[in-house]
Ligand binder design. Sequence first.
Ligand code: PMP
Length: 362
Amino acid sequence: MSKQVFNFNAGPSALPKPVLEKAQEELLNFGDSGMSVMELSHRSKTYEAVHQEAKSLLTELLEIPDNYEILFLQGGASLQFSMIPMNLLKEGKTASFVMSGSWSEKALKEAQLVGEAKILSSSKDENYRSIPEVNSSEINANDAYIHITSNNTIFGTQWSTYPDTKDVPLIADMSSDILSRPIDVSKFGMIYAGAQKNLGPSGVTVVIIRKDLLESANDQIPTILRYQTHAKADSLYHTPPTFAIYMLRNVLQWVKDQGGASGIAQANAKKAQLLYATIDESNGFYTGHATNESRSHMNVTFTLKSEELTKSFLSEAAEKGFVGLGGHRSVGGCRASIYNAVPLEACEALRAFMVEFQNKHA
Ligand code: PMP
């Protein structure tokens, strides 16, 4: 029997139990190959089927239109902070960034190393408690793209409706909320996400890019950093992270079994409401970091009245098997990351613990 824990880690984070069980079952003999999926050639038919299935499941679940390409890359979302401007921010063009947290700051900084990148709007002044307003009249037609972070893992805020950027392609870092709800992919020039929150283990980064952007991308950059290189080779230009892609395929199959993006979205809303209700009903014992309109369904951030109380909350929680509830060092307090694979029961158990802790310490 394994130890019973409730995993609220921010990433890498909980994976669906049936996905882990399947991996365990198939580990020593994948697809009757007599070996594990990690030991197969990435050019073999057995691996190729996994690769293609991952792509087709993602296309189906996110309803990705034909004029988009899916790429499986390495280097995490962080490499995308550099690859995007290298490929898409051409000479004479600018890029604009909506600043909603630390990851937007990192993305902006990298783009500024490559070309002219500016801030379109920001909620930094209020410690990123909310998603900043974007005024469509301020959109600069000379922008090669506008960049947003769809869910702010550290601050616990999430876009509810995406900005209308007119003809300027919208690029979203969806690392911490991809496939947590249905989205209209056609509204985006590009979407990218490191897999380690909603899609699988770390090691693979999913890029969904509109073909016209891909085709007109800058090719005067190192071969491996060009989107075109990976698109032409169907993400097999070099050895892909085969095990991570196998796990991604299995997670996507699991999402499909849960009713796809809309089924998952309903479950996520229920989990988030449970925890936000606990905060709201606590008479100020717990305070949410995000403003109500910007609350994330993925990362629930909250504080207690003092450092001391926070410390005892976290240590009592740890004793009871709640893992990963400490807030990010830049915000402090607590954070419960409740990605797709975190079951409702874990949120119910956390709610019960929060109420019990309050009764004891209020
Ligand atoms: N963007 C967001 C929104 C994130 O949450 C993270 C990681 N937690 C990153 C980017 C960086 O991702 P990676 O570690 O895959 O480079």
